[in-house]
Write a protein that binds this ligand. Structure first.
Ligand code: ATP
Ligand code: MG
Length: 137
């Protein structure tokens, strides 16, 4: 369960004061599918970055399975990102020095014992690129 409680995000506080999110609250339960829609600049990416623990809200709180995760130390947020949150970046965020396969298995490798067979998992058919119509996902 993910709960967003009265989240506000102000970029450049004290100078340009851009209010990207204004008291946003909602919950997402397990197996829910949520679509966030809004015009350009309405704060969708800002919200996703905060939910993905990649940025901090200015005020408000985020709960993951009833635990407040808003202001955990960075190493704990990094571990939650690795173990609990999947995030597909609009701008890809691939590492250019690695192959496509290595980019896919890197998070599995970082999971240590939980990521055993990470190379094979990264080759699973459902994750492979294929020609339109040729994949049976
Ligand atoms: N790093 C930043 N510094 C200052 N202002 C920002 C920053 N990131 C976003 N903004 C501003 O915050 C507001 C929300 O931006 P955001 O990128 O979250 O919108 P969006 O809904 O994702 O837009 P789009 O549909 O174009 O991707 C906009 O006014 C944007 O200019
Ligand atoms: Mg966006």
């Amino acid at each position: 369960m993910f709960k967003i409680d009265q989240i506000t995000k102000i970029y450049n506080p004290g100078t340009t004061n851009i209010k990207a999110l204004d008291q946003v609250s909602f919950s997402v339960m397990e197996a829910d599918m949520l679509i966030i829609m809004g015009r350009s600049g309405s704060g969708k990416s800002t919200l996703l970055r905060i939910m993905g623990l990649l940025d901090y809200p200015t005020t408000g709180d985020i709960y993951l399975e009833d635990k407040k995760v808003t202001s955990l130390p960075e190493w704990k947020r990094a571990s939650l990102r690795l173990e609990r949150i999947g995030y597909v970046f609009q701008e890809y965020a691939l590492l250019g020095e690695l192959t496509a396969h290595q980019n896919v298995y890197l998070p599995g490798m970082m999971l240590g014992a939980n990521g055993t067979n990470f190379k094979q998992k990264a080759m699973d058919r459902k994750w492979q690129l294929c020609k339109p119509g040729a994949c049976n996902l």
